[in-house]
Design a protein around this ligand. Structure first.
Ligand SMILES: NC(=O)c1ccc[n+]([C@@H]2O[C@H](COP(=O)([O-])OP(=O)(O)OC[C@H]3O[C@@H](n4cnc5c(N)ncnc54)[C@H](OP(=O)(O)O)[C@@H]3O)[C@@H](O)[C@H]2O)c1
Length: 254
């Protein structure tokens, strides 16, 4: 699906990967609706009249419902579900409120938004839903219990939805996102390094990842998987799950 002149709605687009997506889609001629928690605080020095903001807090059902009443959403061609939070460490050490919030933002809110937006996308000449999952949705590593459960949910939801939407003009793209250098990526070491060696985890830039994702949208890909070591890890986790678990847990100390 070509991005030029399409209206792209991106959640969590004030920083990190979402901001990278916004700038790359804009450079390819898309119009943007940036759905973020605090629009008034956003500096848009790179933007022009093709960029608008809209308030959305994905941790609140009420905020999502309020957001959905905005008539600009009727024109959206591509929804990118990107907003996310990270939980990690041993399960008993994770804050319970943060676990609830993470599931709400990463999975339940994403489903709520998608459910409503697909009924709008169905009226467009063509539409696409892009779900930012993670390698954690495929590789279930120690210390990631809750985050990996939510992201596995996103992968499963996307795969099932793609089949539900067969015969419509809406496509679904699942992003098996690798390490990308953002604030969230910087949170990984403090959360996990007490129990495992995280020194070999690598990351790419938001700019590079945004290019890959926009290429995948323009090529109508169904799943964007990582290459390199993370690609091999995902292959192992899918095809040899018990062997993968044995290798992954050998790096772990409780
Ligand atoms: N970075 C990686 O290595 C990596 C790897 C795999 C998958 N991912 C996924 O990629 C997505 C983006 O991550 P990132 O690395 O760019 O993280 P980030 O830099 O921490 O950015 C997270 C984004 O989500 C937004 N967000 C958080 N809670 C929200 C809420 N309640 N309502 C609305 N927006 C909310 C943040 O907005 P505020 O500024 O308002 O907090 C921010 O825009 C996430 O879904 C993440 O799980 C990232």
């Amino acid at each position: 699906m070509q991005l030029k002149d399409k209206l792209v709605l991106i959640t969590g687009s004030n920083r990190g990967i979402g901001l990278g997506f916004a700038k790359e889609a804009h450079s390819r001629g898309a119009r943007l609706l940036l759905a973020i928690r605090s629009p008034s605080e956003l500096k848009l020095d790179w933007a022009d009249e093709r960029v608008e903001t809209i308030a959305l807090d994905m941790s609140s059902k009420e905020s999502i419902e309020r957001f959905l009443s905005d008539s600009r959403l009727n024109e959206v061609d591509i929804l990118i579900n990107n907003a996310g939070q990270l939980t990690g460490g041993l399960l008993e050490s994770q804050d319970l409120d943060q676990i609830y919030s993470m599931f709400q933002v990463n999975l339940v809110g994403l489903i709520h938004l998608t459910r409503a937006m697909m009924l709008k996308l169905i009226n467009r000449p063509e539409g696409m839903i892009v779900n930012n999952a993670s390698v954690s949705g495929v590789m279930h590593l120690p210390c990631t219990t809750t985050y990996t459960a939510a992201k596995t949910g996103v992968v499963a939801f996307s795969s099932s939805l793609r089949q539900d939407l067969k015969g419509t003009k809406i496509k679904v793209l699942t992003l098996i996102t690798p390490g990308v250098k953002t604030r969230m990526f910087d949170e990984i070491a403090p959360k996990y390094s007490k129990h495992m060696d995280v020194s070999s985890i690598t990351s790419i830039t938001t700019e590079e990842y945004a290019k890959r994702v926009m290429n995948a949208i323009e090529k109508n890909k169904k799943v964007l998987s990582p290459g390199g070591l993370e690609g091999i890890g995902c292959f192992m986790a899918r095809h040899f799950p018990l062997l993968f678990e044995r290798i992954a847990s050998s790096q772990f100390k409780r």
